[in-house]
Design a protein around this ligand. Structure first.
Ligand SMILES: [Zn+2]
Length: 333
């Protein structure tokens, strides 16, 4: 891999990754890119354009140092193998993708929140249409998240290879090749395989379902996705978490959940004080107290559940609204 100083060499041609299509001759960038007599200005422009794609994307395209104003002419370095001396910067690139994944996940959660608010407040066709659009948007975001995961994993994989002493020639080619193969295999997945296990998507479905069918347990999320060729019936095992009934009552106190914690083993939730009392200092596993659940877990497997807190609040608000509506009806009668 090239050292930072090597990248200061004069550019030969504008790089292809930011070059606009031939149909956009009128844009300023294009005019400048075609003008080889002004290399300085061209470089400045390109830098700006590349930045818009995010740091990891920039690294992916140019493999350059963070503060480096220049771009590397990849062709000149094609034969330099990647070795152990590059592990730190490779990990840096991987963690850039990791940061971007977290950002997308935050956006996903926001979309889910908007959907809940919409389902809660807008009735009729307008609300339904909005929900469908949000769902499509959320699916697109899940796709983007997956693509980022692919990039992340491909780098991690290369790091592993380099760590055990493998020298990697044609890094750019290999990287792009691996990313492309993984993307193809993602694209060929069925709707269920893509979304049914995504936490945010499941949450979205669950929240909307609860608003539209108060008091009913949601069927497994796969119910909403017609089976496609490639869907195994064995997949159902992995999806049972989606079917956990959410009645917002603690199985121990039989009262509404307070400071809810959720068992990571089975997905059942309890009021914090009650589950602590049940374990009473015991550090081993106990059988889940939720009726019908046969799993075992330890107290440390129960984690505070912020999402559930949010849902509880919404649920309480809906109950109140319902009461008020009933009161109003009684007055009229
Ligand atoms: Zn359980």
């Amino acid at each position: 891999m090239p050292a930072a100083s090597s990248s200061r060499r004069k550019r030969v041609a504008p790089s292809s990754d930011i070059e606009d299509g031939p149909t956009q001759k009128s844009t300023r960038e294009d005019v400048e890119e075609e003008d080889d007599e002004q290399p300085q200005r061209v470089v400045k422009k390109e830098k700006k354009v590349v930045k818009g794609k995010g740091r990891a994307a920039e690294a992916y395209h140019s493999e350059e140092e963070e503060d480096d104003d220049d771009k590397i002419d990849v062709d000149s370095f094609a034969d330099q193998p990647l070795d152990k001396s590059h592990i730190i910067s490779m990990n840096g690139f991987a963690s850039d993708w990791g940061t971007m994944i977290k950002t997308v996940q935050r956006t996903n959660n926001m979309v889910a929140d908007v959907a809940v608010a919409l389902a809660d407040n807008v009735e009729g066709d307008v609300g339904k249409k909005g929900l469908l659009e949000l769902e499509r948007f959320l699916k697109e975001l899940v796709d983007i998240e997956s693509e980022m995961h692919i990039n992340y994993e491909v780098i991690q994989n290369l790091v592993q290879q380099v760590t055990i002493g493998t020298e990697i020639d044609n890094i750019v080619e290999q990287y792009q090749d691996n990313v492309r193969k993984n993307k193809e295999s993602y694209t060929s997945k069925t709707t269920r395989q893509k979304y049914a296990k995504n936490e945010t998507y499941k949450n979205f479905k669950q929240s909307v379902y609860e608003i539209e069918h108060p008091g009913e347990a949601m069927p497994p999320v796969t119910e909403f996705m017609p089976k496609e060729s490639g869907d195994d019936s064995d997949d159902d095992d992995d999806l049972e978490m989606g079917a956990v009934t959410q009645d917002y009552k603690c199985p121990l106190t039989l009262r509404p959940l307070e400071n809810p914690v959720t068992s990571e083993t089975c997905g059942h939730s309890f009021s914090q004080d009650a589950i602590r009392e049940m374990f009473a200092g015991f550090r081993g596993s106990k059988k889940c107290p939720a009726s019908g659940c046969t799993r075992e877990f330890r107290l440390v497997d129960c984690k505070p559940n912020k999402e559930l807190v949010k849902k509880l609040r919404l649920h309480a608000r809906r109950l109140k609204k319902k009461e008020q509506e009933q009161d109003a009806e009684e007055v009229i009668e």
